[in-house]
Write a protein that binds this ligand. Structure first.
Ligand SMILES: [Zn+2]
Length: 298
């Protein structure tokens, strides 16, 4: 890789605090093997990758053919299993969202190849997708006939356009967190619902794997949320947290990747055990490997 330009973050993205301590050193185990540092705000305890690659170079870190959520129709056993799990997840997400709104207009930010919105459209919903990856965007337009836009085009939508806005493992990737939250606030109807899914830094599998925890995924993950920091972020943008839900499968998937990064023997067996343990402990603490947070406007 070419020489990297970096951007230092001197204020906490959530509370603006200036006292920032080193938290953990880790690597981009998924792709470049480069080392990155996580830092923590002394005031609100929010953890974020710091420094991060400059904006112009951040996209380079997504340019691996293996970046699974953007893989377009490449048949492999791993891809097949991924597709099956994705279908189950789509039905679960639909069921969850329709607990809050039975019908309406949904915006999925970071929709990938658009399978979730395709499912919603077959159920009579009006759908809009946003996706920065060109080939994923074109794929979902061609294959599913979806309305999909680049992120910059979101400004053209009228205020209060959407009943539901969703970000599934997307918010941790967004460079300007506060602008994005302001934009979401503007686009959501007054009685609309916001669904945010993120990995949880204080989950049992994160505490077990530490710098090898695959959901750190630096530098693609810029923020490392906890239920507390999500609550703080939502509050600072005029939202209130209504409910949170576990994503139990993520404990297994993330444990499997983490075992691979650690180069342990019997990674699948260990991942199965540790995934199970993580969910079992999380039943007490409430902090699962990944969680869905549902918010409303205050
Ligand atoms: Zn802070």
């Amino acid at each position: 890789m070419k020489q990297r330009a970096q951007q230092h973050i001197s204020n906490c993205p959530i509370c603006g605090g200036k006292q920032i301590d080193e938290y953990l050193k880790t690597r981009d185990y998924f792709y470049t093997q480069e080392e990155f540092t996580l830092t923590q705000c002394r005031d609100c305890k929010f953890v974020f990758t710091n420094p991060i690659p400059s904006l112009s170079q951040l996209s380079d870190y997504y340019e691996t053919p293996d970046y699974l959520s953007h893989t377009v129709n490449k048949f492999s056993p791993k891809g097949f299993v991924y597709d099956k799990i994705r279908d189950i997840n789509i039905r679960r997400k639909f069921k969850l969202i329709t607990k809050y709104k039975q019908q309406g207009k949904i915006l999925d930010i970071g929709q990938g190849t658009g399978e979730l919105l395709k499912y919603f459209s077959t159920k009579g919903w009006e759908t809009i997708g946003v996706e920065p990856n060109d080939s994923a965007r074109e794929f979902s337009k061609k294959k599913y006939g979806l309305k999909v836009f680049e992120e910059s085009e979101l400004d053209q939508f009228q205020s209060g356009s959407f009943d539901i806005i969703t970000l599934w493992h997307v918010l941790e990737h967004v460079p300007d967190l506060n602008s994005r939250m302001k934009q979401i606030k503007r686009l959501l109807k007054k009685d609309g619902c916001l669904f945010i899914a993120v990995p949880v830094l204080d989950s049992p599998d994160s505490l077990r794997y530490k710098e090898f925890w695959a959901a750190l995924d630096v530098p693609r993950h810029l923020y490392h949320f906890t239920p507390q920091s999500i609550d703080d972020l939502l509050n600072s943008h005029g939202f209130s947290l209504k409910e949170k839900y576990p994503m139990k499968f993520d404990a297994y998937y993330v444990s499997m990747l983490s075992e691979q990064y650690k180069k342990t023997k019997l990674p699948y067996f260990r991942a199965a055990c540790n995934g199970f343990r993580s969910n079992r402990t999380a039943r007490q603490t409430g902090n699962y490997s990944s969680m869905i947070f549902v918010a409303e406007q205050k």
